[in-house]
Design a protein around this ligand. Structure first.
Ligand SMILES: Cc1cc2nc3c(=O)[nH]c(=O)nc-3n(C[C@H](O)[C@H](O)[C@H](O)COP(=O)(O)O)c2cc1C
Length: 158
């Protein structure tokens, strides 16, 4: 199973990216996890529908890697009860033009880590928007929330 993963944080010490690194380590045999560059979502220009047919190279590469994957894995913090703007922006690029929505029929899983005690309601928020861009997942999107800084042992315990 080929999984393409990316994080919704640009931060060097990002917990969201730590989750992705753990997923690489814990992936069972037969699962290959390909990760996007941590800073790359920050290089996407703001989505412009006039350019959707001829997107910039960074968007082309992002779409190609999603297209090539069997599953997409997003690990994101919640920012102000939503997802970081550049993550939403990347999702918008990848979902257009409508006839070339690379999420269509693609299973998407969402993980979230938060330093807050309440955990990260982000997964449900993100899944809410994920269900609108991935016709496959609807309300059955798997999600995982890791409040208050996950340790390696809590990650391994699942
Ligand atoms: C702009 C901003 C908004 C945030 N909003 C929320 C929030 O709504 N809910 C929450 O649980 N944590 C929120 N946080 C805290 C993040 O969950 C925490 O900083 C987290 O570590 C960021 O993810 P990262 O470690 O992958 O960078 C916010 C942080 C920032 C910088």
């Amino acid at each position: 199973v080929d999984v393409f993963g990316f994080g919704g944080s640009l931060r060097r010490g990002s917990f969201s990216w730590a989750l992705l690194a753990a997923a690489v380590e814990l992936a069972p045999a037969g699962v290959a996890l390909d990760l996007f560059d941590r800073l790359e979502l920050g290089n996407f220009p703001p989505f412009d529908q006039d350019l959707q047919e001829s997107p910039p190279d960074v968007v082309r590469e992002f779409k190609a890697r999603i297209r090539a994957a069997d599953v997409v894995l997003i690990s994101t913090p919640e920012y102000n009860y939503s997802v970081p703007g550049y993550l939403k922006n990347a999702i918008d690029w990848a979902s257009r033009p409508y006839s070339d929505n690379v999420f269509a029929g693609k299973p998407v899983a969402v993980m979230s880590a938060s330093t807050g005690m309440l955990g990260a309601p982000g997964p449900s928020t993100t899944c809410g928007s994920a269900s609108s861009f991935s016709t496959h997942i609807r309300s059955t999107s798997p999600s995982a929330s890791f409040p208050t800084r996950p340790t390696r042992s809590t990650l391994a315990a699942g």
